[in-house]
Design a binder for this molecule. Sequence first.
Ligand code: NFS
Length: 615
Amino acid sequence: MPTKSEVIEKTPDTSSKNLLTVLSEKGIETVFDRFDAQQPQCTFGNDGSCCRRCNMGPCRVSDRRKGVCGADVDIVVISNLLRWCAAGAAAHGQRGKELLGILKSTAEGRTSFKIAGDGRILELAKKFRVKRKGRTLENIAVDVANILLKDLTRESGDMRSLMAFAPKERRDTWRRLGILPTSVSSEVFDALARTTVGTDSDWGNLMRQHLRTGIAYCWGSYFGTMFATDCLFGIPEPVKTEVGTGVLKEDSVNILVHGHLPPLGEAIIQAIDKEKIKRLINDVGADGIVIGGMCCTGLEVLERHGIPSITNMGGQELVLGTGMIDAVVADTQCIFPSIAQVAACFHTKIITTHDSNRIQGTLHIPFDPAHADMIAERILEIGIRNFINRGEIHPQPAKATAVSGFSPEAISRIFGFGNLLDIIRSGKIKGLAALVGCSNPKTIYDYNHVTLAKELIRNDVLVLTCGCSAHALLKQGLCTLSASGIAGEGLKEICQNYEIPPVLHAGACIDNPRILQLFCALAEKANLPLSSLPFAACAPEWSNEKSIGAGLSFLTMGIPVFLGVKPPTGASRNVVKFLTDQVEEELGARYTIEPDPLQMAKSVIGVIEEKRGKL
Ligand code: NFS
């Protein structure tokens, strides 16, 4: 496992390298210290065979030793994995539920937002056969929101988004395998129920629930949340900006939006232009204000407004070491509790805004969509007034230009799907790879993301990226046209002709379905199943429970998935064999585990080359 010193030596992110050194010299603890302190980590935990699902345990289960109840290693490993999958589906699903609630109350005139996603609302209404004639957009939006909410909560029947958008070949496959889900909460409920002690003890049957929960995650937690956000704030379009810590300004107020719920970020962006706020900035002696983004909230406001992304989950403590962050507005998920301690060593105010994420010792201002504008102003005021409390600062100049907002709708306008398919057939672009997922101290920070992306584009693979992976690639300047300089000859020519970067930023984690939509559109044009096309999905530094469903979303669609960090399944030969081999017979794709990013690139290119033969 990499140590903190190795991270400092080898991370490609120079700002993080410097800031980690600054924090180390000050004796301020970060994720990298705590990771070192946890070594060696428990092998039973790492291999997925520690069972803590009842109080006769905890049991350390292996090939030779069953749990106290008699559960064997296969049951324990797949049950643990299924519980992770359920937790991830609930986490992304909660965001969907919240955003759909805001969409409904906005449509009913009960928030300070204005609906900006007319196109998405009408598209969904058409797909869901919602009556449109003679009705206002707001009325239609309420019906659409109710249908998407049902996908999160229904107790019987089929998921509407899945039925409307998944390719028929996939729907038929899932039905044949008995893994068509009912809704997110229904599958999460079932996953938890069947993994209690003395319930499902057929690992193959538990695996089916795992796949079913993954499909529910994809079409409810993923698509539902992305659709809700698009209905509210619009479908992203390419937008040019600058990213990285160098965007923060010494003489300006710097405020970061962090987490996964973009509505408050949207309200903050609107509020910065108010006279009252401008006056206050002037009063504290600042030149202006910079709003920057962290984690997925950051990527949501990047893809729609060009708000600079600053860093990802692994870098959230480090950026505070600049001493230049006047406030972090943290909604929910992927927010390390430790940011409170790091912030306390500087002047930074941490403001939590969501009841699911309270952090002791920080200020809590609950977000209320009915008063989003007032809450945004209040938060801005706190951040601006804090500007005068800055102490020692450690500015980091590294920044890069970037283009964000490559939704499939935008890609279709740039290329036309038929034309893009022809380009892939011609071999100028050999294939498409999604680079997604988290940060993980089990890898050198940002190293796997960046090494893999560079190697893929050198070999004419067009990369699409979302989530923490995207932050890593954005910071390295890979999401800009000039990065085509390191691309292979074919990809370089396409990037220059169409004026696109070789790495297309498609959004936050819940925007992974944008990549799936693009894959589906190309498969439809080719009139081939998804599993025959030269596509791949890679999560080179994954760590989160939410990533389990992300992997399954691609896998169940027939897209091969490459993981850079070993999942906690190693103890069960049956589970590993199924997920890395046999599942391909059922779903047309399998997992490959490859910790070395250059080797991963080789495997991805190998799969892409093999599939090109079928084009
Ligand atoms: Ni998704 Fe990975 Fe979190 Fe966003 Fe980052 S950790 S699972 S990318 S910030 S959700």
